[in-house]
Design a protein around this ligand. Sequence first.
Ligand code: TUI
Length: 310
Amino acid sequence: MKTRITELLGIEYPVIQGGMAWVAEYHLAAAVSEAGGLGLIGAASAPPEIVREQIREAKKLTDKPVGVNIMLLNPNAEEVAKIVVEEGVKVVTTGAGNPGKFIGMWKDAGVKVIPVVASVAMAKMMERAGADAVVAEGAEAGGHIGSITTMALVPQVVDAVRIPVVAAGGIADGRGFAAAMMLGAEAVQMGTVFVTAKESIVHSNYKQKVIAAKDIDSEVTGRSTGHPVRCIRNKMTREYLKLEQQGASFEELEHLTLGTLRKAVMDGDVVDGTVMAGQIAGLVKEEKSCGEIIRGTVAQAEQLLGKTWE
Ligand code: TUI
């Protein structure tokens, strides 16, 4: 299955795993890459030296390319940006901001650059800055999101840039994959479904929360702070939204969520923790291996599309 993305990245299937904070560590990333997709280590807010270790551990598990996602709200983003070059990482994706100031350094080092964008304007800006592709992520996605849906965003980004576009947000099977291809995407990025992967180290309480979620079980917190985050409804989101409605300050709201994603992912506290997941969680019904997820998605899409993207 060839697209400009499989060619660019040297991967078998046009499937990228989201660079999810705490979730996207080296076991998951290596398993996705081994299965023929592109696995990503999510640097999130991890200390830079931990990211270096993660990259080295992933390389012990697979010879295939594993990328790194750099979360640009992280005050250490610049240091992480340099570490990916030092460690010979072949592809970087970015989220939650404008990676413009790092793109030159990465291109000089031969690193492929794929910023995640949530608008046409940002996609065009990234193309001008030298990005190799963009991920157009719709507001169905989990975690930090923009405001436009995948269905509306992807074709508009496809028409606005010449570089290949990866669709993200609301995709968890071959139907979503096929739909993304019909919108003009050349690969998909999936997050939520990989949270529940057998190779994912996420606490089983978190996986079960995603598996049990229905279509309407996510909320968006932080709209008032400028950092909207989609997560599954629980005691934490109820408290957050109540405070937000009462006009709580940015600091108060930040304080409430500090360390709560870690608490859910690592300790399995899905009551007071933050359980980030996309709206497609309702479609995710069981734990599968990364290979089963990727091959199942691609096989279903192939049947639906009759390989029309070749
Ligand atoms: O980055 C993500 N998803 C994330 S990051 C994250 S960690 C976090 N936790 C709490 C609060 C905030 C972040 C959890 N999930 N997805 C990619 C993405 N990027 N979605 C939207 C954007 C985006 C938004 C604005 C990209 C660029 C942008 O540009 C604004 C600017 O700087 O001009």
